[in-house]
Design a protein around this ligand. Structure first.
Ligand SMILES: Cc1ncc(COP(=O)(O)O)c(C=O)c1O
Length: 320
């Protein structure tokens, strides 16, 4: 598939919807996992339920309560539950096992946008049995933009593709018979391939990236990130940065909330001046390390964040 939105659109288009039925998404999903659902829900008169992120508890935990809310929102009329494998803004982990099981129990499709964790964190499709899992290649799969991968479970395998591609039809390998037009599609998920799937440039790049990831393994990447950041977290907390407790987020993607007096975009600019690049998401800074980051990189991040000059400059700016 060329993108997450393409793969999610396949799932959305093949979700049986009608008035009175509903689709569930977690609040704040990336738009690729919202617009396809909005469209099909509008067309069918179905309800799109957005499950709000709960306020953090006293220890800063939201993951469990958020998953509970999603579980409570699923009912007999739910046609699909669509989530990120982690929340893309701060890496919050969902209880995918329980949510998937509940979706299956009511006959709803379980659809996952895996772009923000697959590759950097273990994901077991056999255990979680999603009906669709979609990842663009260019984030944690370390591939190029414009190509990605999608997995579809049994329940979608007789679905209708978004495009009527010639390679998607059964027997299309036999070029001499292409004009013996067929009504049947290729087996498995290949029916859903976007047109022009023979991507001579992008495909070898993605293949090389996947081979590299298989060598490193998502387990080791995740462990590396956890070991890389752990020694620095206490220091940040001592300087007033709020971090989610361990286990709430992935180690490759997590957020910290600076002390109230610090302006988030100001902090981001100060970091950029030292060649440290992070994302600002609302009131938080999102950190996304990988195996190419070293303890020196983390030290550079922490040095900027705890520097007196950062505080003085930003406090001064705020007063002006
Ligand atoms: C959670 C999530 N989903 C999807 C995307 C990208 O979507 P697409 O592949 O449709 O461009 C991003 C990009 O930042 C993302 O963070």
């Amino acid at each position: 598939v060329p993108s997450v939105s393409y793969g999610i659109s396949i799932a959305a288009r093949n979700t049986p919807l009608a008035k009175g039925r509903n689709v569930i998404v977690a609040e704040g999903q990336f738009p690729s996992n919202v617009y396809p659902w909005r469209r099909v829900c509008q067309e069918a008169g179905a309800e799109l339920r957005c499950v709000a992120r709960p306020e953090p508890d006293r220890e800063g935990r939201v993951a469990r309560a958020w998953s509970e809310r999603i579980l409570e929102t699923i009912d007999e009329r739910t046609a699909a539950v669509a989530l990120g494998t982690v929340d893309w803004t701060d890496g919050t982990l969902f209880d995918l096992e329980r949510i998937g099981a509940r979706a299956r129990a009511v006959g709803a499709l379980f659809v996952l946008d895996g772009i923000q964790s697959v590759g950097a964190m273990p994901f077991d499709a056999r255990r979680l049995e999603p009906d669709a899992l979609v990842c663009s290649g260019y984030k944690w799969l370390l591939g190029p933009m414009g190509i990605g991968v999608a997995y579809f479970g049994e329940r979608l395998l007789d679905g209708v593709p978004l495009e009527e591609t010639w390679l998607g039809r059964e027997g299309s390998e036999a070029f001499h018979q292409l004009t013996e037009y067929r009504d049947t599609y290729q087996g498995g998920a290949r029916r859903f391939d976007a047109g022009g799937r023979a991507q001579f440039i992008l495909m070898p790049m993605l293949n090389a990236a996947l081979a590299q990831l298989l060598e490193w393994t998502p387990e080791r990447i995740q462990r590396y990130c956890a070991e890389l950041v752990r020694p620095f977290l206490r220091d940040l907390e001592e300087h007033g940065f709020e971090l989610a407790p361990e286990g709430e987020t992935g180690a490759h993607l997590f957020a910290m909330r600076p002390p109230a007096e610090l302006d988030v975009t100001g902090v981001q600019r100060a970091l950029e001046a030292q060649q440290v690049f992070i994302s600002a998401r609302g009131r938080s800074l999102r950190i996304a390390p990988h195996v190419y980051n070293t303890p020196d990189d983390m030290a550079a991040l922490v040095d900027v964040l705890r520097s007196e000059s950062l505080r003085r400059n930003l406090l001064f700016r705020a007063r002006v």
